[in-house]
Design a protein around this ligand. Sequence first.
Ligand SMILES: C[S@@+](CC[C@H](N)C(=O)[O-])C[C@H]1O[C@@H](n2cnc3c(N)ncnc32)[C@H](O)[C@@H]1O
Ligand code: SF4
Ligand code: SF4
Length: 330
Amino acid sequence: MRKRYFCKRLNETLDFDALKVFYCCATRTGPSIDIPKPDKVKDIITKRNSLIKMLDRGDIPEECQGCFDLREQEKPKNLLFSLFSKPPKAKMIIVKHFKQCDCSCIYCCEQYLSGRKIVLKSKKSDYYDLLPIIKECYKQDIIDKKNLDVHFQGGNVSVLDEFEDLVDIFMQNGVKRVEIATNGIVYLPKIAEIADKTFVDINISIDSGCRETFKKIKTVDKFDDVVENLKKYVKLPVLLRLKYILVRGYNDNKEELQKYINLMKEIGITNSELMIDQCDKEFLQDGEFKIPEYYYELFDFYKKECLANGINPTIWEYIEEILKKGSFFK
Ligand SMILES: C[S@@+](CC[C@H](N)C(=O)[O-])C[C@H]1O[C@@H](n2cnc3c(N)ncnc32)[C@H](O)[C@@H]1O
Ligand code: SF4
Ligand code: SF4
């Protein structure tokens, strides 16, 4: 019998990026559709539904070939039945249709679009307004309201004019979880406003534990501001996570990692995430990004020191996969 497939991400995700809407998260270059307009919301959904049906028939779209998220259906429904059943509603919305930022991290994967320009005042996205599109998605009833998980990425939301209005529309519609990735340079009062009304996850990429290293990596002298803001966020009923991206030649050593862990302890932050710079071209060898041997030592050191200091040392499952494999990207 012919194999039939499904992809949980495709069934659940709408990832609004600057130039396209993707149907899965940023770690894949999966199927997509060009920049949407409110009157084209139908097209976004029509294309997604046709991809879901394609997999259900056993045809794999070119962009999904070889993807480790693609699954074979264990108990496929009768094809005729599945043709008439309703396609799933979106459960995850990723907001990254803007690239402006109030710093310019040397490692940032998104800065090629913003030209590394530092933007200090809130402004419109250079690409499109998302608010009218989200309103239309709700109107067309294609969002699973009660189970919706929203991830704000970017750019940095502190300089996005629509940020608060977007949070409001998701809140008015009963969003289940709001995740905000930010550099923490500017305090976001909206977070305190929604903190006890839904599940809020803030992750702040500080990538350092001292002013000098922060300045070298983020290219702005704002370490002290971030620390002050962290002291305010830590008091809120939210999941606060601090993030450290290992950047070759800047913070890829035990001393810097120790300073970062000490800082978390001092402020009282108990969740951390360690990442690898995925845009480091020096990793490239024979078409693959090879993980250097000493990174394994750093990950071990990180886990040990975090645990010794009562900190939860999260490593994203995607990074765990990469570490196991020793390399990433085809
Ligand atoms: C592009 S940023 C946007 C949100 C926010 N400005 C921030 O820095 O958290 C989203 C996430 O991507 C991560 N990121 C950016 N460039 C990366 C890279 N080269 N390797 C790994 N993660 C990266 C950031 O650390 C951040 O957690
Ligand atoms: S199979 Fe992979 S590439 Fe295709 S939609 Fe799912 S996650 Fe994206
Ligand atoms: S703060 Fe975020 S968006 Fe801004 S440059 Fe750094 S990683 Fe990129």
